[in-house]
Design a protein around this ligand. Sequence first.
Ligand SMILES: *[C@@H]1O[C@H](CO)[C@@H](O)[C@H](O)[C@H]1NC(C)=O
Length: 387
Amino acid sequence: MLLTSGQVSILLSSVIVFLFTLALFLSGYVLQQRTVHSLQAAIKPRLPKPLPAPVPVAPPTLDVKWARPIGARPDVDETYEQYMREQALNWNRLGYVQMVKEHVEVCSAVMLLGDLHKMKSPAKRILLFPRIWLKKTEDDEFNPHLITTKRLLRTAVRRYGVVLIPMETIVDGADASLPSSYSLASLYSLTNYERVIYLQGPGTLLDASALDSLLAFSKSEPMAAFPASADRKALSTLLLLIHPSAEDFGRLKELRSSRPLTDLELFRKSFAAPESLLSQWSLSMGNVVYESQNLRNAIDGFNATIFEDATTYVRFSDPEIPGPEYDVPYYDRVALRPKNDEARAAWEKLYERFRQRRMEICGLDLEVWTKPMLQAGSADEEDVQEL
Ligand SMILES: *[C@@H]1O[C@H](CO)[C@@H](O)[C@H](O)[C@H]1NC(C)=O
């Protein structure tokens, strides 16, 4: 069959048209597919990058150190600027307070205030002490404890700009020479201050900025205490963030006058948990308060560097020894210290650092300690201290 040239050209042009149509269709298809893909990608919720595999750390509350909560504060819908304006941040109205009821506590309190000074905290440093120590008596010159106390109080003022505030017994007319006549309730008498933080000693401060943030960016509430346990059922006196007021002071004084109560009992009766506890958010930032005995529970993978970076304040709380002020004989120390290598290094460093600072700040060596023949009962340590 022969095709005429006319037929050939028609056939050719049909083929060409078909090819063009096919090409057009294919490119359109590809384009459409691409668009669909990019649409799908745009619609798809962004998945967060996979988190690195959890590293086993002990204790379980370990987390990154507090970032200064600039702007990133939840539960506050104002902008940061508005918030700051309202706060009218006045560091003269914010303070760290230590309370000493007896002479042995003075050095540790001054050390803590000295640490805050060294770490350049802008808040005031306040020390409450029994007014009776100011009273001049005949045998003052012969009381070595009083002599040391007076020297340390002078050091606190001169070197660390500490504000000294003499306090009265919590119950009017009580024996002013007894430590048990004084109460943490007297913190509420500091009404010149908007907010104060009390830390239970003896302890070591590893980072002041986290506490400064807590002091500066918290709302003023009668009580925000460190919880006694993770279940948030009760408060502890390890760390108290309070808004002093004459009203609360009067209420606490009245309750305490009605019957003898330890400070812990008094505060637990007066401030309900969990409302009067530090917020979960504040506590999620790291170990705000860490008790030294917990280092004994450290598990494999515990890292001393990470621990120190994530910890704000360590309270010495090893129940077998009366405190870091005491020189514990080598073999007793070996029996007490954590078994985990890293945790042991952290534990020994904390005690050694305390010993050195005690010498630097107070000019005091460790006290001699003799191991008691019988261990004290298993009563709550805080209660024992406060009795
Ligand atoms: C602890 O962590 C730090 C910082 O992450 C790291 O440099 C160091 O090697 C770790 N130490 C040990 C013993 O794993």
